[in-house]
Design a protein around this ligand. Structure first.
Ligand code: PLP
Length: 380
């Protein structure tokens, strides 16, 4: 058996930025500014420039980044928040934590992102039932690909809803050259280490052009602080990002655009070489994805055998997601659009992700491509 391949390898990137991060760490150790140090403010400014939004708040995680805007908008019991079901738990968890009701929406079979028509159905159903107040749409940029923001912006405006982007996987993705912040009211992301833009611990960020909302979120981030942190004007939380993590993101941000280009090139090679044997997540024209995951569909109940054949060839694969949220014990009592989510059900049976990171060289990509083709043939 040949040399095993890593699913995600953070080593080559760490080697590129190590000296600069260590220099920042040394300064932070020397000054002791571990909380809200100068690197935090520097990062927030750099991210505002990168994301094209006037207000940026760093925070403790991608989950914090979702809670802060929802809480600042006062979303809670009696409110309906529309979320895709084919996503990571945090997207709906924050809604339930605030006492609001998550309404699950199906996704599209080719992009795997939320289906605008199914969202309309879900909103109409909630309005007709008259028990909950529709308040917010949370879009997810699944596996790095921006959701269909032009459509979601129209729907949000038509129904008077907030549009929150859960860009934990897709921060940096663009549509016709425009960042997600050009469409969403708030963009939230995660800097979890395996994300395309990650730190070396937990971290996250929330962005908006709404200065008033940002001021409330800043207060919520530090225990509902008023004029200072011992003046508490609302119920908040501790959602700060620590200075060491800010230092890491600052340095990684300098190479992030180039890394997105690398990921685009790798994904393009995969898609060109594999589309006749599996069904890769489709990237519509004019879009740039950060390819947090490169995911294909293996149909006909053959996914387990396919994964075993890949393992035999030293290539790891992972299922994101084997159960969508409406199938999970904690979330199955929440409503689903039309009472059923057939595309999410199908994707959970078929999806499998291949190794993907910005430093995957062409020889390794070719080994992975060959393994996919052989594994499909072996399981035919
Ligand atoms: C779509 C999505 N939303 C939210 C999160 C939560 O981010 P964090 O783990 O930083 O809290 C994740 C993280 O995996 C995610 O993938």
């Amino acid at each position: 058996m040949s040399q095993p391949i890593a699913f995600i390898d953070l080593g080559p990137q760490r080697d590129r930025v190590r000296d600069r991060i260590e220099a920042r760490f040394k300064r932070i150790f020397d000054t002791g500014a571990f909380i809200m140090g100068p690197d935090v403010a520097e990062l927030e400014e750099a991210l505002s420039r990168f994301g094209g939004m006037s207000e940026t708040l760093s925070c403790g995680s991608g989950t914090d980044a979702l809670i802060l805007p929802l809480a600042a908008w006062g979303i809670g019991p009696g409110d309906a928040v529309f979320v895709p079901s084919f996503t990571f738990a945090a997207t709906a968890e924050v809604v339930a934590m605030l006492g609001a009701t998550a309404i699950f929406v199906d996704c599209l079979p080719h992009t795997f992102n939320m289906d605008p028509d199914n969202l309309r159905l879900a909103i109409d159903e909630v309005r007709q039932a008259g028990k909950l107040k529709p308040r917010c749409i949370v879009t997810v940029d699944l596996f790095g690909q921006a959701a269909d923001y032009p459509s979601f912006r129209v729907i949000a405006d038509e129904y008077g809803l907030k549009l929150l982007s859960d860009a934990a996987q897709g921060y940096g993705a663009t549509i016709e050259g425009r960042m997600i912040g050009a469409f969403a009211d708030v963009v939230a992301t995660s800097f979890y280490p395996a994300k395309p833009l990650g730190c070396y611990g937990d971290g996250g960020m929330v962005q908006t052009n709404d200065a008033e909302l940002a001021a409330i979120m800043r207060s919520l981030r530090v225990h509902g602080s008023g004029t200072d942190r011992y003046d508490n004007v609302r119920i908040g939380m501790n959602a700060r990002m620590d200075t060491l993590q800010a230092a890491v993101v600052l340095e990684k941000l300098t190479i992030f655009p180039e890394e997105i280009e690398r990921r685009m090139r790798i994904a393009h090679r995969y898609t060109t070489a594999l589309s006749d044997v599996v069904t890769p997540q489709a990237l519509p024209n004019g879009m740039v994805s950060t390819w947090a995951q490169y995911t294909v569909r293996v149909a006909g109940g053959k996914r387990d055998a396919f994964m075993a054949a890949m393992r035999e060839r030293g290539v790891p694969t992972v299922i994101y997601y084997g159960k969508h949220l409406h199938q999970q014990t904690a979330y199955r009592h929440f409503p689903a659009a039309g009472g059923r989510l057939p595309v999410s059900d199908m994707l959970c049976e078929e999806v499998v992700s291949l190794p993907m990171h910005a430093y995957l060289d062409e020889a390794v990509q070719d080994r992975i491509v060959a393994a996919v083709r052989e594994s499909v043939a072996a399981t035919a």
